[in-house]
Design a protein around this ligand. Structure first.
Ligand code: DOR
Ligand code: ZN
Length: 358
């Protein structure tokens, strides 16, 4: 399987930083890294500094990313504990969805009360989906809300056997849910923590080999819909400190890791491609732009090394891994934006896939 063409690869789960966290990464640096990783669009999470929790803060972020992004993009709005549901009508048309953090992670967005979670579900009346960070038992609470309000819900970074079983049952029940899984939970486990140190810390945490096997099984059984990177760049200093920040970068390593898995016979090629493109387009109800695709040489094998990465953070938890699948070209809306070595689009070339930007 040498040269393949993947239409409209989208990563629906990235933390591009910028704004007050530009020291970690910027819209410019990370959309550039995403293109080098084969993506034509990325969706940015709202746990930025400041968090994207009001129409005003969304406007500021829209204006900033609109002039900086090299690839197409979408922004999530963040549900806040202080009850920002009054903003929903205003902002819904311009965002890729509502993000609800139900477990603690980087940033200060956390909805810990069931009553407040329900308030957000009740108030979100658009056809944009809700994406949830829900770990373990919290998933049961969110599934109750999906059952009641029938709002399409994407479960981000599912990492354990128990979680995947709960969501497989929800799908069998006919609930409108989709499931995202991250490469770090597929290719790393808690056994790697001693060697990775701070570079192996993220939320949800690395799990057991048994959990990892359950994720792969769920991929083969078509239970998992999407492979998302949860690209979360932090500086080297932050990861090497006494209390390392949670999160790992991933937009440049996801595609080659999955292509290596195909080569190793862990899943069919078409299945891997669908989880990186078509299934995202379906879940977010996006009509892909014409002439938007990625050309990959699936035979080209290489070792992941930090000096070859474009992300501003300059490290990867997968350094040293042998992978295959070199991105040779990326095209967005008929424009060649990557030639295998250089990103060719200018900052601001990217479009908001959801409505008009500011
Ligand atoms: O490890 C993580 N890092 N998990 C998240 O949910 C957030 C992310 C970040 O923003 O750093
Ligand atoms: Zn995340």
């Amino acid at each position: 399987m040498p040269i393949i063409r993947i239409p409209g690869m989208i990563d629906p789960h990235t933390h591009l930083r910028d704004l007050d966290w530009a020291h970690k990464a910027t819209f410019q640096s990370e959309t550039s890294a995403a293109i080098a990783g084969g993506y034509t669009a990325v969706f940015d999470m709202p746990n930025t500094a400041p968090s994207t929790t009001s129409a005003t803060l969304l406007e500021e972020k829209l204006a900033r990313i609109d002039q900086a992004a090299h690839c197409d993009w979408g922004l999530y709005f963040g549900a806040s504990q202080a009850d920002n549901t009054g903003e929903y009508e205003d902002i819904a048309a311009r965002v890729c969805g509502l993000k609800i953090y139900n477990n603690a992670t980087t940033g200060d967005l956390l909805i810990s009360s069931r009553a407040m979670r329900e308030r957000h579900y009740r108030a979100w009346k658009t056809n944009r989906l809700i994406a949830v960070h829900a770990e373990g038992e919290t998933i049961i609470n969110i599934l109750d809300l999906v059952r009641k309000y029938r709002q399409p819900t994407h479960f981000l970074h599912i990492s354990s056997q128990r979680e995947i079983n709960l969501l497989a049952a929800a799908k069998n029940e006919g609930l409108p849910v989709s499931i995202g899984v991250c490469p770090h939970h597929l290719f790393l486990s808690e056994d790697d923590l001693p060697s990775l140190g701070g570079f192996g810390l993220m939320k949800p945490e690395l799990k057991t080999k048994n959990d990892q096997r359950a994720l792969w099984r769920a991929i083969r059984q078509d239970v998992v819909d999407i492979i998302e990177s949860d690209h979360a760049p932090h500086t080297l200093a932050e990861k090497q400190s006494e209390s390392p920040a949670y999160g790992v970068p991933g937009v440049e390593t996801t595609l080659p890791l999955m292509m290596q898995a195909v080569k190793d016979g862990r899943l069919p090629l078409q299945r891997a491609c669908d989880m990186l493109s078509l299934n995202v387009q379906r879940a977010w109800r996006i009509k892909p732009f014409p002439k938007t695709y990625t050309i990959v040489d699936t035979d080209a094998s290489f070792i992941i090394e930090r000096q070859n990465l474009h992300s501003q953070c300059g490290w990867s938890p997968f350094e040293g891994a042998r992978v295959c699948g070199r991105v040779r070209e990326v095209w967005i809306r008929g424009h060649k934006v990557y030639d295998g070595e250089r990103v060719l689009s200018r900052p601001g070339f990217g479009h908001n896939l959801f409505g008009l930007a500011a």
